[in-house]
Design a protein around this ligand. Sequence first.
Ligand code: SF4
Length: 225
Amino acid sequence: MHPAMEELQAKKIETTIENLRRNNMEAVFAKTKEEALSLVRGYLAPGCTVGVGGSVTLDEIGAIQLLRNGNYHFLDRYAEGLTQEERKLIFRQSLCCDVYLMSTNAVTETGALYNVDGNSNRVAALLYGPDSVVVVAGINKIVSTVEDAVKRVKTTAAPANATRLSCSTPCARTGKCVSLMRTGDDEICSGCAAEERICANYVVCGRQRIPGHIKVILVGEALGF
Ligand code: SF4
């Protein structure tokens, strides 16, 4: 990367961290995914109960492997052979875990997290329940404002996730939310009527009442989508 771009990127990260902290979230920077994993490990006490939100990022940094092989009580939603009922139970148990790990659909330079969920187990745990929530996000998730975060989900996160999860939605077929093809339809919640729609609840995390309840690890690499 050109040094000028590196400088620009560093400024963005610095501003984002500063504003997340101003919003009562802990925020730290990890240059690489290896550093990010090491920071995640630091948030996990031996024997603690850990739940995770669906996330490509967590897999990419090696967090799922860490949880499976470490001295933790991992509520493993990805375990082979789980029935629907068993997975549902894990989602419910995850609402009372010690540490909940997840990524985010976007993080704004103004210090907010933005997440859109279909099943909504992830946003439920983000908002209330676990003692601690650790969010890992690559620099590709940084946007300027909440408005840009909304656009990011409709043009990147949702289409990519719908494709990953083999959901039959317009965005999986065209690469963007159907609402963007309708003139003047700029409602946050506008979208398709597909049965497998992955957007149901739209959550913005601003200033937190409990300082440090949410910890954000910003990683200097592109991770997830
Ligand atoms: S509302 Fe439908 S088309 Fe729009 S992003 Fe969500 S799943 Fe895709």
